[in-house]
Design a protein around this ligand. Structure first.
Ligand SMILES: Nc1ncnc2c1ncn2[C@@H]1O[C@H](COP(=O)(O)OP(=O)(O)O)[C@@H](O)[C@H]1O
Ligand SMILES: [Mg+2]
Length: 206
């Protein structure tokens, strides 16, 4: 399984290239940090990878990628559902028995340091807990490609730290994980850094 881009570039208006000439292969088993200043095109590249936006130049090829998951900067859950419900749901939806789903979901809550809030409703979770729950839920759905966009952008430093501390736990041998971020600590929690600045129009002039 892999995601390959070759000579990829995007501009929303004529000649205003956000990035150009991006050739890269993403594979499962490690987390990629996609970095670059605000406005450099990180979210745009994620939308291209998700198939929402057609690139203005170059090619995207998905090999064996059938499902895509997202985690956004604002945690989005169901207010009155408990934490464990959120993580059990993907397992149950995939046809797992309730007791097995409970066991798998409980293990994920442990992995993301959420055991203590297992039965708490989403609306009562702190920002850091809610974001870690989104990561646990994404891990439960085990998509082929997981796109995480600025997971700590809405959090204060201390809260961002607890999210960054467990971020690498989304790594899986069956999932390609890409995290767009301008948080250095988030970048450091990833295995590989792809810096969009190297593909900006300015990089070509210099
Ligand atoms: N749908 C769109 N139409 C036109 N311009 C857009 C659109 N989406 C984003 N942009 C612009 O493209 C640039 C890159 O945006 P974005 O990909 O969100 O960057 P980042 O995620 O790195 O902050 C920004 O200047 C933004 O205003
Ligand atoms: Mg963005």
């Amino acid at each position: 399984m892999r995601v390959e881009v070759s000579n990829l570039g995007h501009a929303y208006s004529r000649d205003a290239w956000l990035f150009q000439g991006l050739t890269y292969t993403f594979t499962p088993g490690q987390i990629y940090a996609l970095t670059g200043a605000s406005g450099s095109g990180k979210s745009t590249l994620m939308a291209i990878l998700a198939g929402w936006t057609a690139p203005a130049a170059g090619r995207l090829s998905m090999v064996g990628v059938d499902s895509i998951g997202w985690v956004f900067q604002n945690p989005y859950g169901v207010a009155k559902r408990t934490a464990i419900d959120h993580v059990m749901f993907p397992f149950v939806a995939s046809g797992m028995r309730a007791d097995e789903a409970d066991e798998s979901a409980s293990e994920l809550l442990r992995r993301f340091n959420l055991r203590d809030v297992r039965d708490r409703q989403f609306r009562h979770l702190s920002g850091g807990e809610a974001q870690r729950l989104m990561l646990a839920r994404a891990a439960a759905s085990s998509p082929d490609l997981l796109l995480v966009d600025e997971p700590t952008a809405q959090l204060d430093r201390a809260t961002a730290h607890v999210v960054n501390a467990v971020l690498s736990n989304v790594t899986s041998s069956r999932t390609i994980v890409i995290v767009a971020t301008h948080d250095e600590e988030t970048r450091d929690a990833c295995d590989v850094n792809l810096d969009l600045a190297q593909y900006s129009a300015r990089a070509f002039i210099e």
